[in-house]
Write a protein that binds this ligand. Structure first.
Ligand code: NAG
Ligand code: NAG
Ligand code: NAG
Ligand code: NAG
Length: 575
């Protein structure tokens, strides 16, 4: 029996024993996890349509790709428990990015260059439609090195088995290259220059300077480190999971990662280990000089110019080009907000966001993200409310859908900002959000109350508030978890950002994907997103209620409100 079948069959056999009340051979660890997944009261928070495996810990999405019409998603997975450890590349496939079928883990420790772990990495489609995966291995010295794996059989559309090159590691820290062996990880998808050389980035740091190390290769096997990194920024700390890709200046279509011409701009995303958020820069890429020049740098990570993919719980994201549908798809990991003790009790930890299409906004200043259209196949029981003014202090219940498993879209119209509060000085939006929802203000807060219990002992509010800033409207977009659960062991941080919507000229829209323990919200048609994890104790399943609310003093007009129940997706089956 090889390693991966051991990993997967052991829990399966153990499960059968547990059902027969014969847990003889089970290790303590495995047995405890299976006990908890057997107990349905612990499974209130499992998602119905957000990606997760049947149990255990997951983190980063890895190497997403499309091959022969099938989507492949790999992810960091602990086969042995609900906390981080024993990491392998688990593997699922899909025809629609919504329903997923699990396969055996694709990459697991087996070589001196990865005996201590197979960490994150990316897939590249090489000449002749041959996928290759570069990933970080933790070698026998506990050094981080970069390895390659290929599909064993290109005729298998499931790409079930992966073989590693005997040349691994392909990139490693040495005395000459002065790379810190504990800070050298997460290779990107490769892109091909006009000189015929492949390029990739590896995340790193020098002291507190975050660095995207550039490597070049003619054959994808022999790699030379470039003298200069593609980009770096002082004070930003370790750059994890870098991602570098072109976006069209105009339109929503995606382009191949190697595209580089006058029609595109480039995006560099890094996951800042110190801040646990994904930040991105838009800029110009000079291929000849191998230099990326962002329009706005990382100098002030908290300034309005440095953007994030998501202003809630969201990390270690990665994009890929879906050439089947000419779009670039973004996937991200959503961590739990519960305590480690609660994670162990429920037997799992971590989900992924709904895959999002991503493109450059017509302003050129930011990206736009929108859940893939395939998700809409899960919609059921359409509820549509006629336009209406929501008076200050009004609460409007949205009936007729399963409010704990729903997709809701609401649009507001604001005709003037007479009643808006004045904001003189730029203030951290997250702080403004945490002061907002429990106060009656001028224009807002208005938005949705999700996972609301009868009598509002619990609710999560996703809302807007409009300020007058230098005589112009300034829109704040928030997700407030402070009253989401009677269980106060959870991380209840309020999230928020300003959002670039000119409310006097366009409608202000909000879409929330609600799924038992997650609220994934999109403001301004995808100009900002906030993902929150919540664990209500009262507002569960059919006890959860949904409202539109306006806690401002001025009325706002709801121009449209559409809500759906969501069907359960096929999420990797059940053990
Ligand atoms: C290398 O990185 C590790 C992990 O962040 C850090 O603890 C260590 O101080 C770094 N070493 C040097 C020489 O910078
Ligand atoms: C890598 O370095 C070697 C030796 O200096 C050189 O011959 C080769 O052309 C380089 N390859 C690339 C892709 O830069
Ligand atoms: C995950 O969540 C825990 C608990 O809220 C937090 O301590 C940790 O920093 C988070 N990690 C990331 C990568 O977001
Ligand atoms: C609305 O504001 C009042 C205080 O004026 C507060 O008690 C109440 O919780 C707020 N409602 C929401 C939904 O935030």
């Amino acid at each position: 029996m090889n390693i991966f079948s051991t990993i997967w069959l052991l829990p399966l056999f153990t499960f059968i024993f547990v059902n027969d009340i014969l847990p003889i051979e089970a290790t303590h660890h495995v047995y405890r996890n299976l006990q908890s997944s057997d107990d349905s009261t612990d499974q209130l928070y499992r998602t119905a349509y957000h990606f997760q495996p049947p149990k255990n810990w997951i983190n980063d999405p890895n190497g997403p790709l499309i091959y022969k019409g099938l989507y492949h998603l790999f992810y960091q997975y602990n086969p042995k428990g609900a906390v981080w450890g024993n990491i392998v590349w688990a593997h699922s496939i899909s025809t629609d990015l919504v329903n997923w079928t699990p396969l055996d883990p694709a990459i697991f420790p087996s070589q001196p260059s990865d005996v201590n772990g197979c960490w994150s990495g990316s897939a590249t489609i090489l000449h002749g439609n041959k996928p290759a995966i570069l990933y970080t291995g933790i070698n026998k010295f506990n050094h981080q090195v970069q390895n390659i794996a290929y599909p064993k059989n290109l005729n298998d559309p499931f790409l079930r088995e992966w073989i590693k090159s005997p040349k691994n590691p392909l990139m490693e820290p040495t005395i000459e290259n002065k790379i810190n062996a504990s800070s050298f990880r997460d290779p990107t998808t490769g892109w091909l220059g006009k000189d015929g050389h492949w390029r990739i980035l590896v995340g790193s740091k020098r002291n507190t300077r975050g660095v995207a190390i550039l490597y070049k290769s003619k054959d994808f096997i022999n790699w030379n480190k470039s003298k200069h990194p593609l980009h770096s920024a002082k004070g930003t700390g370790m750059w994890e999971c870098p991602d570098f890709f072109p976006v069209l200046k105009i339109g929503k279509f995606g382009v191949d990662t190697s595209s580089n011409n006058d029609d595109v701009r480039h995006v560099l995303k890094v996951s800042l280990d110190d801040k646990k958020h994904d930040y991105y820069l838009i800029g110009s890429y000079n291929e000849g000089k191998d230099k990326f020049t962002p329009d706005h740098g990382f100098e002030e990570v908290s300034s309005e110019h440095v953007l994030r993919y998501d202003y809630g719980k969201y990390y270690a994201s990665k994009t890929f080009f879906d050439y089947g549908k000419n779009r670039r798809i973004l996937l991200g990991w959503v961590n739990e907000s519960s305590s480690v003790a609660d994670d162990i009790k429920k037997g799992w930890s971590g989900i992924h966001t709904i895959p999002r299409a991503i493109w450059l906004h017509k302003s050129g200043k930011q990206l736009v993200q929108w859940p893939v259209l395939e998700l809409e196949k899960l919609r059921l029981n359409h509820v549509n409310l006629p336009a209406k003014v929501l008076k200050g202090g009004e609460l409007l219940q949205i009936n007729g859908i399963t409010a704990a498993q729903a997709d809701v879209e609401i649009s507001f119209e604001v005709n003037n900002i007479r009643d808006a509060e004045v904001l003189d000085k730029w203030t951290d939006p997250q702080i403004l959000c945490s002061q907002s929802s429990s106060r009656k203000n001028g224009l807002g807060p208005f938005g949705l109350l999700v996972f609301a219990s009868k009598g509002l002992k619990e609710f999560t509010s996703v809302f807007f508030r409009i300020f007058k800033h230098q005589q112009k409207p300034l829109v704040l977009f928030c997700s407030d978890q402070s009253r989401s659960s009677l269980n106060k062991d959870n991380d209840l941080t309020t999230y928020g950002t300003f959002i670039d919507v000119d409310v006097l000229r366009e409608k202000l829209s909000l879409r929330s994907l609600i799924d038992h323990s997650v609220v994934e919200s999109f403001g301004g048609e995808g100009r900002a997103s906030i993902t929150a994890r919540v664990y209500p104790t009262l507002a569960i399943n059919d006890k959860a209620l949904l409202y539109a609310f306006n806690n401002g003093t001025a009325g706002v007009k709801i121009t449209s409100l559409n809500a759906w129940s969501m069907k359960k997706a096929q999420l990797n089956g059940k053990l």
